[in-house]
Design a protein around this ligand. Structure first.
Ligand SMILES: Cc1cc2nc3c(=O)[nH]c(=O)nc-3n(C[C@H](O)[C@H](O)[C@H](O)COP(=O)(O)O)c2cc1C
Length: 182
């Protein structure tokens, strides 16, 4: 089984990329987390091009299509998701309704340096994914005070958060085998 991991930050040293990797370490054997790293190269969405998108976008859509599930780790920018991530999800949502996100099992986690761990951003990502027809898990994983949340080797310091992260990825893996609704 192959899970495509998307970090919504372009920053070197991103806490959300670290969180994605920490999630990869919690996966059962036989399940791979493949990190997608072309977010910075995705051009602004243009509806005129949605049926013949630029190659970097087609490659992104193909990555989603061939993955069994998506795991998105999002930062929070101004109480919402980062524009670059929203833009990439807008490309993935088209053409609607038969897009690559349709019925795709997705889970959303997030880290921020504030107290609340990007909960608003996670909710916004889930909303955009649901509007695109994805099968979105309700679980969230808010990692607050992210500057102090990780060990030097990238694990989460808090064992309770580690257990919740394991639950989220476990739920996602189970959803891949579950029947599709709607
Ligand atoms: C433009 C901008 C807006 C931000 N707005 C919020 C916010 O609304 N809530 C929050 O908790 N953190 C906010 N932050 C702090 C981010 O959570 C923090 O920079 C985080 O580390 C970004 O994720 P990353 O480490 O994966 O790059 C903001 C940061 C930036 C650069």
């Amino acid at each position: 089984m192959r899970i495509l991991g998307i970090a919504g930050s372009l920053r070197r040293g991103s806490h959300n990329r670290r969180l994605l990797r920490a999630a990869g370490a919690q996966l059962p054997s036989g399940v791979d987390l493949v990190e997608w790293d072309a977010l910075a190269a995705i051009p602004a969405f243009n509806e005129d091009e949605e049926l013949d998108p630029p190659e970097v976008v087609s490659d992104f859509l193909a990555e989603i299509e061939s993955a069994d599930a998506l795991l998105i780790a999002t930062p929070e920018y101004n109480a919402s998701l980062p524009g670059a991530l929203k833009n990439a999800l807008d490309w993935a949502s088209r053409p609607f309704p038969e897009n690559v996100l349709r019925h795709k099992p997705c889970a959303v986690i997030g880290a921020s340096t504030g107290l609340f761990g990007a909960v608003w951003a996670q909710a916004e990502v889930r909303k955009a994914l649901k509007a695109s027809g994805a099968h979105v898990l309700e679980s969230e994983l808010p990692v607050g005070l992210a500057d102090a949340a990780f060990t030097e080797d990238g694990a989460l310091v808090d064992p309770e958060l580690t257990a919740r992260l394991r639950d989220v990825v476990g739920d996602l893996v189970r959803e891949v085998g579950a029947p599709v609704e709607g």
